[in-house]
Write a protein that binds this ligand. Sequence first.
Ligand SMILES: C[S@@+](CC[C@H](N)C(=O)[O-])C[C@H]1O[C@@H](n2cnc3c(N)ncnc32)[C@H](O)[C@@H]1O
Length: 201
Amino acid sequence: MLESLRRFFNDLAPEWDDKVYHSPEKIRFILDITGVAPGFKILDVGCGTGVLIPFLIEKIGSSGEIIGLDIAEKMLERAREKFPESLFPTVKFVHEDIMNFESLDKFDLIIFYSVFPHIQEKQKCIEKAASMLTTGGKLAICHSESREKINAIHREAGSPVCHHLLPPAFEVASYMKQAGLQILHSIDTNEMYAVIGSLAN
Ligand SMILES: C[S@@+](CC[C@H](N)C(=O)[O-])C[C@H]1O[C@@H](n2cnc3c(N)ncnc32)[C@H](O)[C@@H]1O
């Protein structure tokens, strides 16, 4: 399953940045409500070609650290070309499935931008992410399009993503609560989708 998903996104990697539009205003709004700030250590799960990286750098400046994680090595190749370590020393990319990712450090923000529908074991994944948060750290599951639009795109895209659907925000919020997080925002509108939880102090 994961292997066919990896191949699917590897095949899309060369055209990804030309094919997919992301509203900068909506991305900035979502990042604003996560409270991301200079010095944050961030895990960008399913980073793809690094679409989110410039917006994260805008927020944290030259301090903090960003780790982009992805199962598709061709997506990561594009990301590394765009954000070489020599020019972006605070940005690193790791080729790994979130479910197998291990880190000695905890994160101030773990963000799943346009990736959560592809996660098979959603509750388990949220528990894993929650276990990697600092006290007060935030978990954000978000899209800059509506749930209806995301799900329609996946249904039309065929195998292996046609059944990869984004659950309603209240369902994701309940997964987060079960993982011990406090819900800060739950947005599921025609404009965007963002569920943000925090590991209480
Ligand atoms: C729809 S793309 C979005 C990429 C990027 N976030 C963006 O918005 O352009 C989903 C990405 O998640 C990655 N992905 C899917 N399942 C994953 C997993 N279990 N662990 C890490 N990455 C995963 C895919 O390889 C793909 O690059």
